[in-house]
Ligand binder design. Structure first.
Ligand code: FES
Length: 102
């Protein structure tokens, strides 16, 4: 498991970009308070979700406004049609960890 940082440092609606992975991974906190991890590359034209807008537990791509479910990675509306990869997140003792197999 990869250690991301402290949960208290990630406010609702905020994102952390993990540039050390290729493609980068976005750690995003939804409005439910849940923390999600997805590839930070939109499946349409590669925009960064870290620049997007969180609403509920979804993120809207900043470029062409496809809305992706943070839990499943599936887009709700075109132009994106392919799901983005999602990763398991664990919160232990107030610290965020993500399961990445690469
Ligand atoms: S780059 Fe995300 S919808 Fe186009």
């Amino acid at each position: 498991m990869f250690h991301v940082g402290k949960l208290e440092d990630l406010d609702i609606g905020e994102a952390i970009k993990l540039d050390q992975f290729n493609p980068p991974i976005a750690i995003i906190r939804g409005e439910s308070g849940e923390v999600y991890a997805i590839d930070d590359t939109c499946t349409h034209a590669k925009a960064s979700f870290c620049d997007g807008f969180v609403e509920g537990d979804t993120v809207e791509c900043p470029l062409h406004m496809s809305v992706f479910c943070l839990k499943t990675g599936v887009p709700d509306n075109p132009p994106a049609i392919k799901a983005v990869n999602v990763y398991d997140v664990e919160i232990r003792d107030g610290e965020i960890y993500v399961e990445v197999d690469r």
